[in-house]
Design a protein around this ligand. Structure first.
Ligand SMILES: [Zn+2]
Length: 231
């Protein structure tokens, strides 16, 4: 079942340690097959060295295992909530990458301070509110998804495919699992750069109009960056 997707999600998961975004068993990547509404996700607590494509777990929209002998990632309910609410995303990635997690632990959104950020994300990367005691004690992973969706009430999740969960870490998404991981890689670079930028100049502010021009150069109907043909 979904063998090609399992291979793809397996490879997407391996990109996390390869890009220094996770250590030990931390992090997880998933992708949804929108036709069957089934999600392929990393098994819980398996090291990346031992991970194999056939170990990927297939779950349905309720989080029930449809195929696989291993338990799915504990963060599966967060992924499922994002697939339910962000209706056209195809992949989700979660890491505890150091710099993004530092911002999440500080409870701070990452402001857009330069072209690296604006080329990729249209605005600051929001940090969610903290979970309440009740939300943490019951269905914490589902409630994590809900506070992420809440943070995007007035934001476009296409333009900002990343979030920081307060006191936890980053989640990113994209059209598929590979794009979700790519967004995690960019987010980590941006988190690091923004930290040091504010160290050097706590008053650094990028003008709104430049953010907009840089973002639209690569995204949207009038984008002109890159090639118009597939290489
Ligand atoms: Zn986590």
């Amino acid at each position: 079942m979904l063998e090609e997707l399992k291979q793809k999600v397996f490879e997407a998961n391996l990109l996390l340690p390869r890009n220094n975004l996770v250590v030990l068993t931390w992090g997880n990547v998933s992708e949804i097959d929108r036709e069957s509404n089934l999600v392929v996700i990393k098994p819980s607590g398996v090291s990346y060295e031992k991970l194999r494509p056939e170990m990927m777990v297939v779950v349905n929209e309720k989080g029930e295992v449809v195929e696989g002998n291993l338990k799915p990632s504990v963060d599966t309910p967060t992924h499922l909530e994002l697939y339910r609410q962000f209706k056209d995303i195809g992949g989700v990635a979660h890491t505890h990458s150091t710099w993004a997690t530092i911002w999440a632990q500080a409870g701070r959104s990452i402001p857009c301070l330069g072209g690296t950020h604006a080329d990729h994300f249209a605005d600051e990367i929001p940090c969610t509110r903290a979970l309440t005691k009740k939300e943490a004690e019951s269905n914490m992973e589902l409630n994590t998804g809900k506070v992420i969706v809440e943070a995007f009430k007035n934001l476009d999740y296409h333009e900002i495919p990343a979030v920081l969960e307060a006191f936890h870490g980053p989640f990113t998404w994209g059209k598929d699992s590979l794009e979700a991981v790519q967004n995690s890689i960019v987010l980590e670079e941006v988190a690091k750069m923004s930290y040091f930028t504010l160290e050097l100049n706590p008053h650094a502010v990028m003008p709104e109009e430049i953010i907009k021009v840089r973002y639209l150069r690569k995204h949207g109907a009038q984008a002109y960056y890159g090639q118009s043909i597939t290489l």
